[in-house]
Design a protein around this ligand. Sequence first.
Ligand code: FES
Length: 129
Amino acid sequence: MTTPSIEPSRKLRGIRRGVGRALCRLDELANPGSAAYVVKRGATRISVFVVRKGDQVFCYLNSCPHIMAPLNYQTSGFLDADGQHIQCSYHGALFRMEDGACLEGPPSQQCLTAMAVEIRDGLVMPVGW
Ligand code: FES
C-alpha cells in the first residue's frame, strides 16, 4: 500500500493520522475561503479544493461537471465575489458550498464530486481517500 502525500507541501511535520495526511490546518483557510491541493496516491494525482464556511469545510474534485475543466482555470480562488458560492472561473457556474449542487450555469442539474473530509484536532483530513 502506498502512503498518500499532499502537494504543495505545507510542512505539517509529524501530522499523519488515519489513512491520510492533513490537507491543511483549518485556521489556514480564510472564512469564507478556499484552497487547492494535489493529492498523490502512487502514480495518481487527485486535484481537489476545499472551501470553508464558518467551522465547516467541504472538499471537491477540482473538475467542473460542465467540461471537466479545473474550476480555478482563470482565477486562483473558487468562491464568488460574495464568498457565498463556489464559482467555476471558466463559464461562471455557481455551486452550493455544502453539497456541490449546481445552482446556475451550464452544468445545470449536475453536481461537483464531493471528497469526504473531517476536521480533527484543527486539521482538515481526507476520509477514506
Ligand atoms: S467549465 Fe465550469 S461552467 Fe463551464
